[in-house]
Write a protein that binds this ligand. Structure first.
Ligand SMILES: [Zn+2]
Length: 264
């Protein structure tokens, strides 16, 4: 028996199927990730086509059958195409990274309205074409870590309990397993840290975690701290979930970075 389901969702992935159909992976707000086949979708242009493009937010009506891996689309209507983010490569790359992170870290049928709302907010912010879209990816990753149960503990030193208030003299230590941070003195005494961050990189992390997205977007970091932050977040994610290595969109970002270095 199949059941008719109505759900709002964001397209994470879209694939051609056969001559005329399309299979999309939709991150629905209330029902989690779901695979849906849209039969004959490729012969329909205009709003139906746009409603099934990656990053689009759409309203779905589909037949759901528990025993089936891919559900069957009845109707779809476009709510927001996020046209603004499609014009610039860096913004498109960050949007792809966000979608890919959701695609690879979420399980089918496991609802995460908290992550859905951050994704929706991030895509809207990308539409406005901020000068530097990278802080959106970092802010999103912090939200993703928290929603998946491995939030970073940025407020207090996990050794002595003192409040962590940059700037510091010296580097801040961290442990991947617990998401814990240690002030420079405790980090020097401790031997079992996984590594250290510069005071500027730690300050950027703490700022992003305690400020709304619009403020986080104003963050401006020197290139070396940018790389340190990017690398820390990537390693932390792959410690907890073995996905980062497979993020195609992010290797595109790395490639851009290397390319920029070559041009200097
Ligand atoms: Zn301490």
């Amino acid at each position: 028996m199949s059941q008719l389901v109505r759900a709002e969702g964001i397209i994470l992935h879209s694939l051609r199927h056969g001559e005329t159909s399309r299979i999309v992976t939709v991150f629905t707000r209330d029902l989690g990730k779901v695979g849906i086949i849209a039969k004959g979708a490729r012969s329909k242009r205009g709003r139906v086509g746009a409603a099934l493009e990656p990053f689009s937010r759409s309203a779905f009506l589909y037949y759901h059958k528990v025993t089936r891996e891919i559900q069957l689309l009845k109707e779809v209507s476009l709510l927001d195409s996020h046209a603004g983010l499609r014009n610039k490569l860096p913004h498109l790359t960050v949007a792809s990274a966000l979608s890919e992170l959701c695609y690879l870290t979420l399980k089918d049928g496991d609802p995460h309205p908290d992550i859905y709302d951050i994704l929706d907010e991030s895509l809207k912010a990308l539409d406005a074409a901020p000068a530097n879209p990278l802080p959106l990816l970092w802010k999103f990753e912090l939200g993703l870590f928290a929603a998946l149960g491995f939030a970073l503990s940025l407020n207090r030193c996990s050794q002595c309990g003192k409040e962590l208030q940059p700037p510091f003299v010296g580097r801040v230590g961290f442990r991947f397993e617990s998401g814990a941070f240690f002030g420079p003195e405790c980090a020097r005494e401790r031997t079992e840290t996984n590594g250290t961050l510069s005071t500027e990189t730690f300050a950027a992390l703490a700022f992003m975690s305690s400020h709304p997205m619009a403020m986080a977007l104003k963050l401006s970091l020197p290139d070396s701290e940018c790389r340190e932050l990017q690398s820390f977040l990537g390693k932390y994610l792959s410690f907890h979930l073995p996905v980062r290595a497979r993020l195609k969109s992010l290797s595109a970002l790395d490639w851009e970075e290397k390319d920029r270095e070559k041009n200097i």
